[in-house]
Ligand binder design. Structure first.
Ligand code: TYC
Length: 107
């Protein structure tokens, strides 16, 4: 679009440049927790509260969903944040010697 034009009566019209371009929403990633037979329920709740900032009742509901269904979403984040969450869960699981598996996939 021209920024400035003159019509047949001599009136000059100017269009102000856009000051706020809309940005595309970033792709989002689901961070998944996987069930296993050895990680304690309490540890999974601790992870969901500490790493994913879930309330106690949200954490218990997600943990039970994973326990009953095999996998569940701990949270949805941009890729960098999701990667950091996965690394934190891995480090804590290793530190506490649990086999808890945490992965991420595009939403
Ligand atoms: N299945 C585990 C138990 O019965 C609990 C558990 C839930 C483990 C969720 C991992 O991601 C998990 N102790």
């Amino acid at each position: 679009m021209p920024r400035q034009f003159e019509d047949d009566t001599g009136v000059i019209t100017r269009t102000l440049p856009k000051t706020k371009k809309k940005l595309a929403k970033p792709p989002m990633w689901k961070v998944l927790l996987h069930n296993d037979d050895y990680t304690t329920r309490e540890f999974v709740v601790f992870i969901l509260q500490g790493v994913f900032h879930r309330t106690e009742s949200e954490a218990v509901a997600i943990m039970l969903h994973v326990h009953n269904n095999g996998v569940g979403v701990a949270g949805v984040y941009t890729r960098d944040v999701a990667e950091t969450k996965v690394e934190k869960v891995k480090a804590l699981a290793k530190e506490h010697q649990y086999p808890l598996l945490c992965t991420m996939e595009p939403e």
